[in-house]
Ligand binder design. Structure first.
Ligand SMILES: CC(C)(COP(=O)(O)OP(=O)(O)OC[C@H]1O[C@@H](n2cnc3c(N)ncnc32)[C@H](O)[C@@H]1OP(=O)(O)O)[C@@H](O)C(=O)NCCC(=O)NCCS
Length: 171
């Protein structure tokens, strides 16, 4: 992302319909988001995290972010997270496409061995998207999330480099 992308981000970022899906809801000011964009450059430079904007091919509209955070360089494992912050673009296959691209980058370019994620049990759209790409559920943190007066499980999922490669070969 460039600093100029912050305006598009701020149109959507603080809406509850988006923040409900975030593991750490983060209401932010414009200045904080500018610092966050600068921080993504620094973390990439250090090899800690690879955070990308998601842009529409046809008009380069900035609609979301996707990232890989390195957990261990020894076992070559990272975690991933995605947020299409502009709800007009939910449910059109873009999250699936972006997730496939970040996995390909992680496995083919960063030589990762496996990638994990966490998702709230009520986020059915995200879970369907991750399953389509090849993530499998590995466990649950039971009733580990509280929202709107109710407890929800946090679903743990992961995928290995080998599983991703087999899936893409159609096996
Ligand atoms: C989660 C997110 C990245 C998914 O991307 P997307 O582009 O909306 O999703 P896709 O269109 O690629 O795939 C969604 C799938 O979920 C399915 N789906 C949608 N609502 C569903 C529901 N209530 N129950 C089950 N499946 C559902 C869709 O049918 C689609 O599957 P299909 O292509 O087989 O029909 C995106 O919606 C988003 O950013 N949401 C807000 C932030 C968020 O939830 N981030 C993830 C935090 S873990």
């Amino acid at each position: 992302m460039e600093l100029s992308d912050v305006d598009e981000l701020m149109k959507h970022w603080n809406k509850p319909e988006l923040q409900q899906f975030r593991s750490r809801p983060r209401i932010a000011s414009r200045d904080e988001e500018i610092s966050w964009i600068r921080d993504t450059w620094e973390r990439r430079r250090k090899g800690e995290a690879y955070i990308f904007g998601i842009f529409l091919k046809e008009n380069e509209l900035y609609i979301g972010n996707i990232e890989l955070r390195i957990i261990s360089n020894i076992v070559q494992r990272a975690s991933t997270g995605i947020g299409i912050f502009n709800p007009d673009y939910w449910g059109q296959g873009l999250g699936t496409e972006a997730t496939e691209l970040i996995l390909d980058y992680g496995f083919s370019s960063l030589n990762l061995h496996s990638i994990e994620l966490e998702v709230f049990s009520f986020n059915k759209r995200a879970i369907a998207c991750y399953k389509k790409v090849g993530f499998v559920e590995t466990g649950r943190k039971r009733e580990a999330h509280f929202m709107g007066g109710k407890y929800y499980d946090i679903v743990l999922m992961d995928i290995s480099a080998q599983e991703f490669a087999s899936k893409n070969r159609g096996e």
